[in-house]
Design a binder for this molecule. Structure first.
Ligand SMILES: [Zn+2]
Length: 463
């Protein structure tokens, strides 16, 4: 018997402002492009040559006279480390090559010898803490627990030492600015630099995913609620002020101030902070499987992430205020560095452009999740899912939609196993009065905005 098997979920139109969106979810990050791989190998060889024999690798220190390694946390050594570890693990997982991974291992092993022991000099290190996510990624890739222990150590050290200036902290605000006044497990309030805070929370979520420590998750729950209900703009952007004070009245930069203080013109909203907000929520989505986390990811992606890049992909914003007068900003010292009136082709403070581009490349991984026996559609956009369910059976699904311009999403089963499995669809929080149809017939399921609806049955390709 001919039987059409597809689902069609109809949503209402979005009620939020959307920036120009001309990307289609058709890219595949693993094309095995040999030219690209060869080019990467050349870069990796250069990176390897820059690495010192004991594993140290920080060219911003190595090329600078008069500055020693791990002398002051403001030099972003841990931040660079985190990106090095993550990119090396992804390179290995995608290519199977160990050339980049071996550099990362050697570097992480050095970190372990320096930062695992309790020392006053190194205790307050970690600053823009991407190294926590990087170490967990390395643990997941290699299975060696010492990397997970070191990731935890960086969390445990925060809030343990007296907050006063020291040779390792001079030249940059201390205390809440770098989330070192309150131990994470006791934190109720997002404080300090928004990028630093959210990378830290995202890293802690990764640690929790591996250790299952409840106190950590409880703190992350409180912090997620605090960020998304009291300190986040309607665009999903975070970081209300360029300069300000924390709730404990520590000086802060580029970050969180008091709850509900949401200025539009002086909002800082660094592109990285907005992206980190999505990264933190994506990790919480994986921990809980609740739609409210995917709602934040979607909100950021279509608004305060994409606002950071031009339609051509060649110009960038660092700060994303919600309102500018006549395209001018003339009230602070960072004019033309991080707060530019227009998107710029080159930002001398260069974190945001590559962070945004790598996030766009990651979105295809965020779009779907595997469930015990089936899959979940977290984000919508025209694409093809071509993967395997947890039991190893192939699953191929095409998604047709003009989302976000139109709210209609159609999933077509192209290939799947014979046995029953579930498909869960996110009903966005903004989508009132949604309809769900299966083979043109409306399903009488509860479509609560801000939840997943699960359909479990046998599926087959439309004939
Ligand atoms: Zn940035």
């Amino acid at each position: 018997m001919k039987k059409k098997v597809n689902t069609k979920a109809c949503f209402g139109m979005m009620g939020i402002s959307i920036n120009s969106w001309k990307l289609k979810f058709t890219f595949t990050p693993t094309q095995k492009n040999n030219e690209l791989l060869t080019e990467l190998d050349e870069y990796i060889a250069i990176i390897g040559k820059a690495q010192e024999s004991d594993g140290y690798l920080q060219t911003q220190i190595q090329l600078r006279d008069g500055v020693d390694r791990y002398e002051n946390r403001k030099y972003h050594e841990m931040y660079n480390t985190g990106h090095l570890l993550i990119s090396a693990c992804i390179h290995y997982n995608v290519t199977g090559q160990r050339n980049f991974l071996n550099i990362a291992i050697k570097h992480a092993d050095l970190l372990y010898t320096i930062f695992m022991p309790d020392t006053k000099h190194f205790g307050r290190f970690g600053f823009n803490q991407t190294q926590i996510m990087g170490l967990v990624e390395l643990y997941r890739t290699l299975g060696d627990k010492k990397y997970l222990q070191l990731a935890e150590k960086f969390i445990d050290n925060r809030g343990k030492y007296e907050v006063k200036h020291h040779t390792t902290t001079e030249g940059y605000p201390i205390g809440d600015m770098v989330q070192e006044r309150t131990p994470l497990r006791e934190s109720n309030e997002a404080v300090g630099h928004a990028v630093l805070a959210l990378y830290y929370y995202a890293g802690a979520a990764d640690v929790y995913a591996e250790t299952g420590e409840k106190a950590l998750l409880d703190a992350l729950d409180r912090l997620w609620e605090n960020v998304t209900t009291k300190k986040m703009y309607v665009t999903g952007a975070v970081g209300q002020a360029h300069y300000g004070a924390s709730v404990n009245r520590d000086m802060i930069e580029e970050g969180f101030i008091d709850a509900y203080m949401m200025p539009n013109m002086t909002a800082y909203n660094e592109t990285c902070a907005n992206l980190c907000n999505a990264m933190f929520s994506y990790r919480m989505l994986n921990l809980y499987g609740e739609a409210k986390y995917a709602d934040i990811v979607e909100l950021v992606l279509y608004n305060s992430a994409l606002s950071g890049i031009s339609v051509t992909g060649k110009e960038y914003f660092y700060a994303n205020p919600l309102r500018m007068l006549n395209n001018t900003r003339d009230y602070n010292a960072h004019e033309n560095v991080t707060e530019t009136p227009n998107r710029e082709p080159y930002l001398s403070c260069f974190c945001c452009p590559p962070n945004l581009v790598r996030t766009i490349a990651t979105v295809s991984e965020w779009a779907y999740s595997l469930s015990e026996n089936g899959f979940t559609a977290n984000l919508y956009g025209a694409n093809t899912l071509n993967s395997h369910l947890k039991d190893g059976s192939p699953i191929k699904v095409s998604q047709e939609t003009a989302y976000p311009w139109q709210g209609k999403v159609k999933l077509n089963i192209e290939e799947c196993k014979a046995g029953a499995f579930s498909i869960s669809l996110r009903i966005p929080k903004w989508a009132k009065n949604s309809k769900l149809t299966l083979n043109e017939e409306e399903l009488s399921k509860s479509l609560e905005p801000g939840s997943f609806v699960k359909i479990e049955r046998k599926w087959k390709k439309e004939m």
